[in-house]
Each structure stands twice: as C-alpha cells, then as structure tokens.
Ligand binder design. Structure first.
Ligand code: TYD
Length: 250
C-alpha cells in the first residue's frame, strides 16, 4: 500500500523544522515508516546544489539560475527519494517543496508563479504532495525568529510579504490538499492539528504496531525521539546532528 507525501511550508522563522520532527516522531511511534527530508537537499546531488544555492558564492546569482537549480534539486529529490519511499509505504515528511519555488522564485523574484509551478511539475513528473501544511507567519516576526542568515532572509520585507501571499493563495485555491495554521499558535496545538490531518490520509495503524523498516535518509523507527542518522550520510540527507548545529529554526 502506498504511503503518503506531506510537506511543511512557510516563511522564514515559521517553525517548520520543529513541526517536521514532531510529526515524524508521532507517526513513527504509531508504527509508520517515516522519511524526514528537506529542500533544497535530501539526496547527495540535492545537498550539493544546496551548497551552491545557499552559500556565499551565490551572491547575486541570476533569478533564473536560482530557479533552475531549485528545480534540479527537486527533480532528483522526487526521483531518487520521495517516489521510491512513498511507493514502498513510507510517509515522507519534507521541509519545503514545490510551493517554496512558486513563492520565492515565482512571486517574490517575479519570475511568474504559473511558470515556476510548471517548471517544477516538469522536473518532478507531476509529483504533488498529498498534504501541504502552511505555517503562516507575519514576516516581521518570522525573519526576526529565524536564526541563520541565508540569502533569502536578507531580502526586504516586501519580498517576504510576496512569499507569504503566494503560499496563502495556493492553499486557498486547493483547500483539500492544504492546511493553513497560524505559526504563532502553541507548538503542541500545531503538532496535534498536523498529526490529525496526516493520520486522516493513512490507513489505520495496527493496534499491535511493530517497528517500521529503517532504510533511507532520516528514517525514524517507531519510538525514536529524534531523527536517526542511519543512511542519511550516505544519501546526503540531514541528520539530527546537523539540526542541532543549525539550532531550532525554519
Ligand atoms: P533553509 O536554510 O532550509 O531555510 P528554512 O529553514 O527557512 O527552510 O533555506 C532554504 C531557503 O531557500 C529558504 O530561504 C527558502 C529558499 N527556497 C527557495 O527560495 N526556493 C525553493 O524552491 C526552496 C525549496 C527554498
């Protein structure tokens, strides 16, 4: 039975990475195989592209170069990690996906939301999430909350307002596939709402749930309290050690 593909989206400082972890822990505890991943990244190729995209060498990169690199990382992510994991029954939880490109490159960089959506759909052969959770945050709060300083966070307020508007429009257009939550609600409340929405996508877990298989990047065995690194290094995925180094952010 196929699994599910769930994405957390939101502007800077929305708390996505915390909620990804909480969701993954809760699903694994119920016996589901979980793969936690992120964009750009999640595969060796994707992580290498991430270095190019978010490193200091890319200052001033042309907007189209940026859009194509995000799409290239996503193509690899869909083909090498997401599709195979979902096909074998895992729940893939991704920190960002296609809507980030639509919002950042399409809306905020002005390349056109439709065009960027088409590019990503081409790159992924039409792979769309079963559910996209948008953690909505006022950019003036979010950018302050974000701990790292990537190129996007340095963009002006209008850029982040455009990102926010795009996420909300996409969610409004296809409400069945989106869940919009205010990012400033208590973390426990958010985690419970997200878990409920994801469980509704999945078959009932057996009452005698046994440990789920551990295989690809960032797979959580049932009961794990944090992503384990098994296989993550080999695939270039993020490990819990990386998260600790990055601190709580998203
Ligand atoms: P990251 O350090 O992962 O930040 P965050 O915790 O906010 O996700 O950096 C990813 C950055 O890349 C973030 O600023 C959003 C941006 N981005 C795009 O511009 N387009 C995309 O398609 C994706 C996936 C991310």
């Amino acid at each position: 039975m196929p699994g599910a593909f769930v994405v957390l989206e939101g502007g800077e400082g929305a708390g996505k990475s915390t909620q990804c972890r909480r969701l993954a822990d809760a699903l694994a505890a119920r016996g589901h195989e979980v793969v936690v991943t992120r964009e750009p990244g999640g595969t060796p190729t994707g992580e290498a592209i991430r270095e190019v995209l978010l490193g200091s060498a890319s200052q001033g990169m042309a907007a189209r170069t940026e859009a194509l690199l995000f799409a290239a990382a996503r193509a690899e992510h869909a083909a090498a990690l997401i599709r195979p994991a979902v096909a074998r029954g895992a729940v893939v939880v991704s920190d960002r996906y296609l809507d980030s490109s639509v919002a950042y490159q399409g809306a905020a960089r002005g390349l056109g939301e439709e065009r960027i959506a088409e590019l990503s759909l081409w790159a992924t052969e039409g792979l769309v999430p079963d559910l996209t959770v948008v953690l909505d945050i006022d950019p003036s709060v979010g950018v302050r909350r974000a701990h790292d300083a990537n190129r996007m966070e340095a963009e002006p307020r209008a850029f982040h307002e455009a990102v926010r508007g795009s996420f909300l429009r996409r969610a409004e257009a296809v409400p069945d596939r989106y869940l919009v939550l205010p990012a400033d609600h208590p973390k426990d409340v958010l985690a419970a709402r997200i878990l409920d929405a994801v469980l509704a996508l999945l078959p009932d877990e057996p009452s005698d749930a046994t440990p789920a298989p551990v295989s690809t990047s960032q797979v959580l065995p049932p009961g794990a309290s944090a992503p384990v690194g098994t296989g993550a290094d080999a695939r270039g995925g993020r490990t819990s050690a990386d998260d600790a180094a990055r601190g709580e952010r998203a």
